[in-house]
Design a protein around this ligand. Structure first.
Ligand SMILES: Cc1ncc(COP(=O)(O)O)c(C=O)c1O
Length: 418
């Protein structure tokens, strides 16, 4: 794409929803955790990220160097019309999808990995550490650290580590060390393994291991989701979508995305929340991890060990160990506080989808639009298909966020081949 076209679509600023929320966001709490939350975050994340975590600025300027890297990794990502899907479903409205799988690491996660690595480098940090579920966040961290000359380490949830060896290989190529979690590298990992040597792991456990490692070694922790600063970076998805729809002369009636910790969905819809009450927004989760349906809206820990602060959010409990579903990125017990608040107030609706339905949706999308989407994104597609089934005669414009490609996740199809 030409630079002038990129500049037209890609924003100069990220959007932060915090000052526009209908009520103040409950702050993180240290109560019950092992450390004061601010003091702890101060030790493990770059200062600029901490500032962005608590800012009331509506807009944050995207540093020039980050914008350049965004262009290098494939931003703006395409907004496409799913014409063949419309035909197959005999749908009279329009279906669009924003395709984050077009970035070179294959998902939206690179949108926040780049600025986080940039701030770390600016602050003289030499090593970063994080966790990964499906491997998408780990891959994004691996590339971003390589681009900024940082050493990196990733604790990968064991079930994904076993299911997706190629993900590990990609991270290794970028120069990152990958450790299956629970691991024997941390006190917390060792305590879990002593109770169950065959533990499948969870995102909550892997976060605890990465944070413990950061605290012990002085490296900095990269935040993959859930936190406000991450969602601010991910707002680039929604801001681009807004501009792309504007150019097409379209307005969305329905927006659908999948939710793990909530970063791609929130980044996609938050820029639309303020100026329209008429858009239906649907957060699609795994039925096996039904945080909005069965979880409570309460203060709960971000990580399983309770090292990080508590956040007010929908949560199934920090100790929740989800089924071994293929959509590893959705196996998280909670959801971002701002998103949770908007679900609680009814501004955002939710839907829960079983893995079988996701597999069918992925096949339909592949066979009509040619894209094999990520299992996580398959939830958004499945929720959209459900929605359309109930709307045969409507002409609504539906926009789906397809958060990643699934070319590294083909194993999901051997569960049920059609
Ligand atoms: C492709 C993809 N989509 C969605 C998610 C869920 O995360 P979030 O809710 O933070 O977007 C992940 C997480 O790893 C992912 O890899």
């Amino acid at each position: 794409m030409l630079k002038s076209q990129q500049d037209e679509i890609m924003p100069q600023n990220w959007y932060n929803i915090i000052p526009d929320l209908p009520e103040p966001l409950p702050p993180p709490r240290s109560e019950g955790s092992k450390n004061s939350s601010i003091e702890l975050l101060n030790r493990i994340i770059p200062g600029e990220l901490l500032r962005q975590e608590f800012t009331f600025n509506r807009y944050e300027r995207i540093p020039d160097e980050v914008r350049e890297k965004y262009q290098m990794i494939g931003r703006p990502t395409p907004l496409l019309r799913a014409v063949n899907l419309e035909k197959l479903l005999d749908y009279r409205g329009k279906i669009f999808y924003k395709y984050e799988g077009a970035t070179i690491t294959g998902s939206h996660k690179i949108n926040t990995a780049i600025p986080q690595a940039f701030y770390a480098r600016e602050e003289g940090i030499s090593e970063v550490v994080t966790e990964t579920g499906a491997g998408q966040w780990g891959t994004a961290t691996a590339l971003a650290s390589a681009l900024y000359g940082l050493k990196s380490k990733v604790f990968m949830v064991r079930v994904s580590y076993d299911q997706k060896p190629m993900r590990k290989a990609v991270m290794n190529v970028y120069g990152t060390e990958v450790i299956p979690s629970p691991s024997s590298e941390t006190d917390y990992g060792r305590s879990i393994l002593s109770q169950n040597a065959d533990h499948p792991g969870s995102l909550g456990i892997a976060i605890s291991e990465a944070v413990e490692y950061a605290l012990n070694t002085g490296s900095r922790y990269m935040l993959g989701s859930v936190m406000n600063s991450v969602i601010t970076h991910q707002s680039i998805i929604g801001l681009e979508t807004k501009k792309q729809l504007e150019i097409e002369g379209e307005q969305p009636d329905v927006m659908i995305g999948c939710v793990g910790g909530g970063s791609n969905f929130s980044g996609f819809v938050f820029p639309f929340v303020g100026n329209s009450n008429s858009i239906e927004m649907i957060a699609s989760t795994a039925a096996e991890v039904p945080k909005f349906r069965d979880g409570g809206y309460k203060y709960d820990f971000i990580d399983s060990a309770g090292i990080l602060p508590k956040l007010r959010m929908y949560s199934l409990g920090a100790g929740f160990v989800p089924d071994r579903i293929y959509a590893g990125g959705l196996r998280y017990h909670g959801a971002a506080p701002a998103l949770s608040l908007l679900v609680k107030r009814g501004t955002i609706a939710h839907d829960e989808v079983q893995e079988n339905e996701v597999i069918d949706a992925l096949k339909i999308f592949s066979r009509t639009q040619g894209i094999i989407a990520a299992p996580e994104s398959g939830h958004a597609i499945a929720s959209a298909l459900r929605y359309i089934k109930g709307e045969k005669n409507s002409r609504k414009t539906i926009v789906i966020n397809v958060s990643g490609h699934g070319l590294m996740d083909l194993g999901i199809f051997s569960k049920k081949v059609g």
